[in-house]
Design a protein around this ligand. Structure first.
Ligand code: AMP
Length: 391
């Protein structure tokens, strides 16, 4: 996929000088303030195991004079990253990222095209439950005004917020939007949206990105709180989350960082990039495929009362003859238990046959996904299932 969009590989060192991350990622971020593995070298220089690779790629771009090649650079990397986080499923202290950076243009089509590539990649991997969350965090012209406004709004309610937020209000109020503490959410929910405070250029940029996504049929959700954990972002920020991942549901993230090169001492060089969490990608692919590969009965026949067993077996035989995948239990158990079994097997429909149904000549067919139930005559069950399974 990366080669289809003309990306080339770049390899940067796993160890970098600590200052690289402190300057780019931001001293006030979780990554720099508490998650980096840092140690002193023999000559007392501080080194850090890279927590991310964008800063390294931009450093290499500057040092190697890649801007002199006079073209947009499209670079990808893969490899281990290190963050001293609390480990849990999908969150590790050594994890792997596949990332890419487009350096040398601030054109909104770069943002849209890169997002298109990511969505195509996820589609190819069969990850249907992926949602693209999108925001703009403005630029060095409009963001400071918004940050001032945030601080003004937050000052009067500061004492009611968590200790982290109280600190962030002083150091970096934008980070407050990231807070996950339940008690702070009503306050955060009432804060002004950054999208209402973008300068005309940033607004235009964001409008082009979103209209290009629409044109390509890529759904997205505007998420005004998405400021992401790193300081270097400008304008577009995004995350793709996946429904099968549980608590650590961010599959990948990224955005635009038009000022990063200058922060690192290079010439102004706009950039846009992303990093996919490879470990989480593997978990999501595994979950999606195991669900898909799991065989599912079309129907489970739930019968009640000894007298229903023979007609239930007869119905199972005739549906199987028609080509349906059918399961039936042989033990006389309560309806609730039978339906429980049907849902464990992930049957699409349960056909309920009790004495009442047999007497009335109409069986109950329950759609196990929608939860709805309909009465159907036994001889029409085949066509009834066929119609719905085909859809
Ligand atoms: P970030 O560099 O924080 O934007 O992270 C980009 C992606 O890397 C996330 O969406 C995750 O999929 C993945 N990631 C970040 N931190 C971890 C971690 N500690 N363990 C596993 N994956 C991670």
């Amino acid at each position: 996929m990366l080669s289809a969009y003309n990306f080339e590989e770049i390899r940067t060192p796993v160890l970098e000088q600590t200052a690289l991350f402190a300057r780019s990622v931001g001293a006030e971020t979780d990554i720099v303030s508490k998650e980096m593995y840092t140690f002193e070298d023999r000559d007392h220089q501080l080194l850090t195991l890279r927590p991310e690779a964008t800063a390294s790629v931009v450093r290499a771009y500057i040092e190697r004079g890649l801007s002199n090649e006079g073209r947009i650079q499209k670079l990808y990397y893969l490899g281990p990253m290190f963050r001293r986080e609390r480990p849990q499923k999908g969150r590790y202290r050594q994890f792997y990222q596949i990332g890419a950076e487009v350096l040398g243009s601030d054109h909104p089509l770069i943002d849209a095209e890169t997002l298109e590539m990511l969505m195509l990649l996820l589609e190819r991997l069969g990850l249907k439950q992926s949602s693209l969350l999108l925001n703009s965090v403005g630029c060095s012209r409009c963001r400071p005004e918004y940050v001032k406004l945030l601080r003004r709004e937050l000052e009067p309610v500061k004492s009611r917020m968590c200790a982290d937020c109280q600190r962030r209000i002083e150091t970096n109020p934008l980070r407050v939007l990231d807070c996950k503490v339940e008690a702070d959410q009503p306050i955060i929910g009432r804060l002004p949206s950054i999208l209402d405070h973008l300068c005309p250029e940033c607004r235009q940029h964001f409008e082009t990105v979103t209209s290009e996504l629409k044109r390509r049929g890529i759904p997205y959700e505007i998420t005004v709180r998405l400021v992401r954990g790193l300081d270097y972002y400008t304008r577009t920020t995004f995350e793709i989350i996946h429904g099968e991942l549980g608590a650590q549901n961010a599959l990948l993230g990224g955005g635009r960082y038009d000022g990063l090169s200058e922060i690192l001492g290079g010439a102004p060089t706009p950039g846009f990039g992303f990093a996919i969490g490879e470990d989480r990608l593997a978990l999501a692919v595994e979950a999606a495929h195991s669900l898909e590969a799991q065989t599912r009965p079309d129907a489970y026949i739930a019968w009640m009362g000894e007298s229903a067993l023979a007609p239930a077996l007869e119905l199972a035989r005739s549906l199987r003859r028609e080509g349906f995948r059918v399961e039936i239990g042989f033990e006389p158990v309560k309806l609730k238990k039978m339906l429980g079994q049907a849902s464990r097997l992930r049957a699409r429909f349960a056909i309920i046959m009790g004495e009442e149904e047999l007497a009335s000549g109409r069986l109950q067919v329950k759609d196990m996904e929608a939860g709805q139930q309909e009465q159907v005559a036994p001889e029409l069950i085949g066509p009834y299932l066929w119609e719905r399974l085909k859809a």
